[in-house]
Design a protein around this ligand. Structure first.
Ligand SMILES: C[S@@+](CC[C@H](N)C(=O)[O-])C[C@H]1O[C@@H](n2cnc3c(N)ncnc32)[C@H](O)[C@@H]1O
Length: 510
C-alpha cells in the first residue's frame, strides 16, 4: 500500500464515516482512521489506499458496502454481564417494581438492545429476566437486538461462544445456561436463544421509532459502549430517537463512560448505587421546564390540562423534523386539517395541534392527556383519531390503539393508511390472519401502496410462501422505483426509497 493519505482526504473520510455509520474520528484518532482505511482497502479491491479513500468519499455506497465497512470500522468488544453493577441494580432495584406493575397489566415487556455486537448483552438480559420472573414463559417478552455488523449478528444468532465471552461472568452462567460442545465452544440453551430476535439496523441512518421495524413502545433500551464511538451530532440524533422510542417512564441504559452523550437531552438521570440510568419522565421534565412559559419568537405555547382544573403553560420548541423521523406526508396532511386560529403574528394552536406536537416530540402520555380538551369536531375527525391510535401504539397500549384506529376507519372507510396502521397493531398482538386481511383491504383501495405490498411479502416469506411473496415484493419495488432515492416512502415514518429498495433486493436474494 504505497500512498499516504493527505490530511484533507483523511478529514473527508472522517466526515463520510460519520454520515454512513455515525462514527467519529477526532484529531487524536486520525491515526486509527488511517490504519483502518489501509486495512479495509484490499477488501474492496484497491491496492492503493488513496484511490480507496477517493472512492469511499465520492461513490454512492450500497448497503452491502456499508456492511463490509462495518467489519473494519466497528469495535466488537463485549462479554456476558458486562458492567455487572448495572445488572445488579436492574435485578435488585429497577426490574422488580416494573415486573410487579406489568404482572397485572398485560405481562408484556419490550426491550431493545441497540448495538448488540455478538449477542452477549442481549442474552445476559434474557437470562436475567428468566431468573427474576418465575412465570416468564407465560409473559410476552420481546428482546430485539440490533447491530450494523452482519457478521456479529450471525455469530449472535448461532449462540456459540468461547471462554473469552465469559471472562467476567458469574460462575453459574455456563453451567445453567450453556451446553459445552466438544470443540471448546459453549452453546446457549435454545429457550434463551429463542427469547432474542436479532436484526440488522444502522443507528446512524435507519429510522426509529417505526412500526416498520417493530422499534417502538420499548420499556427499556440498552445502548452501551456504542455512543462513545459516535460523533456528537449522531449521538444526539440517536438519543433523541431512543427518547421517542421509549414508553413514558421507560429507561435508557448507556455505559458509565457515555453519560456525557446524554447531557442536554430530555432524559432524567436516575442514580442507583453508583450507576445512572436515564428515564423518559414527562413529570420530571414538566418540573424542570417550569410552568410559566411565554410565547416568544418561533416557540409555541401549549396549554396542558393536568386533570386537576389546574393549567400549566409549557414551552415546546418547534419540531426538529431532521431528528423526528421525518413523518412528513402524514403530518403535513394532519396539520392542514386543523389550522390553528391566528391572532396577528401569534399562533394559537388547537388542542389537536398540541397533541400532534407532543407526539412528534415523543411525549406520548402528554399528547394523550390533551384529548380531554378536544372538541367534538376533533373527536370525529378521522385524522385526529389516527393520531390518537399512533399515540397509543407508541406507548404500547395496543388495545387502545386498536380501538382508536377502528374508529378512524369507521369515520373514513376509504383511508388506506388506517388499514395499514391497524394491521401493524394487530400484528404486534400476533393476530397475523387479521393483519393479512386488513392489508388486503388496503391494497383493494390502493393497489399501489408500496409499504402494504412490502409488509404482505414479509408475512408470506415468513410462512415459506416465497412465490407469492415475490409478487408483492416486485410490486413494492416497482411502485417506488420511479421515485428519488432520498424521498421518504409514503407512510413509512422516514424510510427512504433507496433504503427500502436495498432491503427488497436483499430479500429477493434469500
Ligand atoms: C463495543 S460494542 C458494544 C456491545 C455491547 N453493547 C456491550 O456493551 O458489550 C459496539 C457495537 O456497536 C455497533 N455499532 C457501531 N456503529 C453502529 C451503528 N451505526 N449502528 C448500529 N450498531 C453500531 C458495533 O458493530 C458493535 O457491535
Amino acid at each position: 500500500m504505497g500512498n499516504t493519505i493527505s490530511s484533507d482526504l483523511l478529514a473527508q473520510a472522517s466526515v463520510r464515516m460519520s454520515m454512513l455509520m455515525g462514527l467519529h474520528f477526532p484529531k487524536d484518532r486520525q491515526a486509527d482512521l488511517e490504519r483502518i482505511l489501509c486495512e479495509a482497502a484490499p477488501a474492496f479491491g484497491f491496492t492503493d489506499v488513496v484511490s480507496f479513500v477517493e472512492w469511499l468519499i465520492s461513490f454512492q455506497l450500497q448497503k452491502g458496502h456499508i456492511e463490509r465497512l462495518a467489519d473494519y470500522f466497528t469495535v466488537g468488544e463485549t462479554y456476558f454481564f458486562r458492567e455487572k453493577a448495572s445488572f445488579d441494580v436492574l435485578k435488585e432495584h429497577v426490574l422488580p417494581p416494573i415486573i410487579r406493575s406489568k404482572a397485572t397489566n398485560g405481562r408484556r415487556l419490550r426491550i431493545w438492545c441497540a448495538g448488540c455486537c455478538t449477542g452477549e448483552e442481549a442474552y445476559s438480559i434474557a437470562i436475567l429476566l428468566t431468573r427474576i420472573i418465575a412465570d416468564w414463559k407465560d409473559w410476552n417478552i420481546s428482546i430485539l437486538a440490533t447491530d450494523i455488523n452482519v457478521n456479529s449478528l450471525k455469530k449472535a444468532l448461532s449462540g456459540k461462544y468461547t471462554e473469552w465471552s465469559f471472562r467476567n461472568a458469574p460462575p453459574w452462567l455456563k453451567e445453567s445456561y450453556f451446553e459445552k460442545k466438544e470443540n471448546g465452544y459453549y452453546k446457549i440453551l435454545p429457550s434463551i436463544n429463542q427469547m432474542v430476535t436479532f436484526e440488522q439496523l444502522n443507528l446512524a441512518v435507519d429510522v426509529y421509532p417505526s412500526p416498520f421495524n417493530s422499534i417502538y413502545a420499548m420499556d427499556m433500551i440498552f445502548c452501551r459502549n456504542v455512543l462513545m464511538y459516535f460523533s456528537p451530532e449522531c449521538a444526539k440524533k440517536a438519543v433523541n430517537g431512543f427518547y421517542q422510542t421509549l414508553t413514558d417512564n421507560g429507561l435508557l441504559i448507556v455505559s458509565l463512560t457515555e453519560t456525557i452523550k446524554l447531557s442536554g437531552s430530555s432524559f432524567v438521570p436516575i442514580h442507583f448505587h453508583g450507576t445512572t440510568f436515564y428515564q423518559k419522565s414527562p413529570k420530571g421534565r414538566i418540573a424542570e421546564e417550569g410552568a410559566k412559559g411565554k410565547q416568544v419568537g418561533g416557540e409555541i405555547k401549549v396549554v396542558r390540562n393536568t386533570g386537576e382544573n389546574n393549567f400549566h403553560a409549557l414551552q415546546l420548541s418547534t419540531v426538529d423534523r431532521a431528528t423526528s423521523g421525518l413523518r412528513d406526508t402524514f403530518y403535513r396532511d394532519l396539520t392542514k386539517s386543523f389550522e390553528g386560529k391566528r391572532y396577528g403574528t401569534k399562533v394559537q394552536r388547537t388542542p389537536y395541534e398540541d397533541a400532534l406536537l407532543l407526539f412528534e416530540q415523543g411525549r406520548y402520555a402528554e399528547g394523550e392527556e390533551i384529548i380531554s380538551g378536544w372538541t367534538e369536531h376533533e373527536l370525529n375527525n378521522p385524522k385526529a383519531l389516527t393520531l390518537l391510535a399512533r399515540i397509543c401504539a407508541n406507548q404500547g397500549k395496543l388495545d387502545d390503539a386498536e380501538m382508536w384506529c377502528e374508529k378512524a376507519i369507521i369515520a373514513d372507510k376509504c383511508c388506506t393508511v388506517n388499514y395499514y396502521l391497524l394491521a401493524t397493531i394487530v400484528m404486534e398482538k400476533d393476530l397475523i390472519e387479521e393483519a393479512v386481511s386488513l392489508l388486503k383491504r388496503a391494497l383493494y383501495l390502493d393497489p399501489h401502496f408500496a409499504l402494504v405490498n412490502f409488509v404482505l411479502a414479509n408475512i408470506l416469506m415468513r410462512r415459506g410462501k416465497h412465490k407469492a411473496a415475490k409478487k408483492y415484493l416486485d410490486n413494492a419495488f416497482n411502485f417506488i422505483s420511479a421515485r428519488n432515492a432520498d424521498e421518504v416512502v409514503p407512510e413509512s415514518e422516514g424510510i427512504t426509497v433507496g433504503r427500502l429498495m436495498e432491503i427488497i433486493a436483499v430479500m429477493k436474494r434469500t
